[in-house]
Design a protein around this ligand. Structure first.
Ligand SMILES: [Zn+2]
Length: 385
């Protein structure tokens, strides 16, 4: 495999990390942990996933990506968007600026931008739109958002139709041809237009992530296409235990000054190797605790089925835990889904209203809120972890 950015063929192996594969069986989507090989191109610093899935598998994921639809969920809003919305809004120059979010899912970000503007600004944005191929688009459309159910491609917008702000959030790392897409965005961008691009900061291992980006690399990429980075936000997300980077890119000749990347790629790689080791250690400690908790129990409810749940269940299975595990989630759309090594489909927390539960594992950072929710539903949990 050659580096898609610079053609280089020399890579440093970062690590064999474990990621989730969502498509090992027929839908509804099942998640099983698999190994993924991520290398770093020594000439440009781009991270490359050397174990991608097939085109059919990616189509299956993107055309049926219901598992990550958030339905404008309150918990989701609170934990994801509290700080970032102002950053997006700050970069929209006018109320009538044409703002296009690529891969907007159910449109929750566009919705949050408009809500933020209603609360803090003067007037509403009038020209927000999203492009999204999955059925999630229908949810946003039903909420009154302007979403086109399609894939964004070069030539999507006509020559005279310029975009003032492109938003590409958790999108660019999924693309097979990211640089062609980046060029397509620049081609449709107005003279002082901006691309706000949020990607994992050389982390977030997932089989749907084909490339891994860092600030030094994104700076090189912008320069190659006659563009520059004018703002950057790096934020640790507790929910993923990973960092995200948001860069704002404009044409080289745009009126804003460029900013320079303050660290180098060697530092990024070293930092990430350390992070992977720490993550593994914390994860093993969690599993030992869970095994101990489940050992003498016949039934245990497992609350919180996203992100780390499939990893935990796989390891618990390896540890020969015989407990009957009943997965529970708060999000409506997860009802009925199956998790690896779990004989029961996901039920909703609201299904347990007024019940007495012997044992529950709470897989989530927001424990205080979860206990409040248990109280609201009058669910009495005897023992929890
Ligand atoms: Zn390269």
């Amino acid at each position: 495999m050659k580096c898609k950015f610079c053609g280089g063929s020399d890579f440093i192996n970062l690590n064999n990390v474990v990621a989730l594969n969502y498509v090992n069986s027929t839908l509804p989507i099942k998640a099983v942990p698999v190994s993924i090989k991520v290398d770093v191109c020594t000439s440009c610093g781009l991270g490359v996933n050397h174990t991608p899935l097939s085109r059919e598998e990616y189509n299956q994921i993107y055309n049926n990506f219901f598992y990550f639809a958030y339905y404008f969920d309150d918990v989701f809003k609170k934990y994801f968007y509290i700080d970032d919305i102002s950053f997006f809004v700050k970069h929209i120059p006018n109320l009538d600026s044409k703002v296009v979010e690529l891969g907007c899912h159910d449109g929750h970000l566009l919705y949050m931008i408009q809500e933020y503007q209603k609360q803090h600004g003067n007037g509403n944005f009038t020209n927000l739109m999203g492009i999204e191929p999955s059925p999630n688009a229908d949810i946003g459309i039903a909420h009154g958002l302007h979403i086109e159910k399609a894939y964004f491609k070069p030539g999507y917008f006509k020559d005279n139709e310029k975009v003032d702000v492109f938003i590409s959030r958790c999108f660019f790392e999924h693309l097979e041809e990211p640089f062609e897409m980046f060029k397509a965005m620049l081609d449709s961008l107005s003279d002082n237009g901006k691309i706000i691009m949020k990607v994992p900061n050389f982390t977030g291992y997932d089989l749907t992530h084909l490339y891994y980006y860092s600030w030094p690399f994104l700076e090189k990429m912008a320069a190659k296409y006659n563009a520059k980075i004018i703002d950057c936000l790096i934020k640790y997300q507790e929910i993923w235990n990973a960092e995200e980077i948001t860069v704002v890119i404009s044409h080289k000749d745009a009126e804003y000054p460029a900013i320079k990347c303050p660290f180098d790629i060697e530092y990024t790689v070293k930092h990430e190797k350390q992070h992977i080791l720490e993550d593994k250690k914390l994860f093993s400690m969690d599993c030992i605790e869970m095994e101990k908790f489940m050992r003498d129990k016949e039934n245990v409810y497992f609350l919180g089925t996203s992100v780390h749940a499939p990893y935990y269940l796989t390891v618990l299975n390896k540890m020969k835990v015989k407990t009957n595990i009943i997965p529970v989630d708060i999000l409506q759309n997860r009802k009925g889904y199956e998790l690896p090594y779990c004989n029961n489909p996901v039920i909703l927390l609201s299904d347990l209203k007024g019940k007495k539960i012997d044992a529950m594992v709470i897989n989530g950072h927001n424990k205080e809120d979860i206990f409040a929710k248990l109280n609201t539903y009058n669910i009495n949990v005897e023992k929890s972890l």
